[in-house]
Design a protein around this ligand. Sequence first.
Ligand code: ZN
Ligand code: ZN
Length: 261
Amino acid sequence: MHPRQRDRGQVRGNVTWDRLRAAAGRESLCLRAPLPAGPGCCTVCRGPTRVGYLRCFHCALHRRRAPGLLADVVVPVSYSVAGTAYARMLWLYKSDGAGQNAARTALRLMLLVFLHEHGRCVWACARIAAPTHVAVVPTGRGRPGAHPLEALVGPYLALPPAALAIRPGEPVYGRDLHTGRFQAAGRLTGATVLLLDDTWTSGSSAQSAAAALKLAGARSVVTVVLGRHVNPSDPLANSLAAALAGSSFRAELCAVHGAAA
Ligand SMILES: [Zn+2]
Ligand SMILES: [Zn+2]
């Protein structure tokens, strides 16, 4: 890798990207590329919206509750359609079940290749040169040690961590956006933070984490999520799920510089 790319917050290490890209391509068969924001597709999270609405119910609510504190850009790598192999992988990697190691390897590969290939278009979309820190949305599982996602990719990212924790006294499983739910370990004045999460369902946790980073002084927060959850049995998601059934994942495209048609 070119040293300048490392300076720009890209993935570090002496790795053969062609080989990793090919391996990620094999895993991408179960991915579904984010649809372009527009009718029926939320301009923030790419989830399903009601007819005539720019944002889904939760993104509209978050915008009213925490103006100025939300992520500047939210970028799903793929949809995670309930019942599919990808949705299972996103659950399995955090579990102790059989197949957790295979799921971890596949997700690590996909996220690192995505950041390598599309990091710069994601930063450009947020109008930042590059992130200065990386953070992970705290898990509600309350397990000791590093967050599974942090353990997965942290060692490969040339970025200092911006640690987030559930504020003492706050519920472990918060369902709604709450700007005081998480707290950053220290001041982040002027920081531009890459915030990672595995699955975006309502986005309440990820946006609560973005708010904590901004309240600690972060100038920008760019959220990258591995899977934007879609429940095909949700009537609102019908048309989106139908569009996804015919779409395929193309590793050279991403949600910000060329979503699936
Ligand atoms: Zn949304
Ligand atoms: Zn891109």
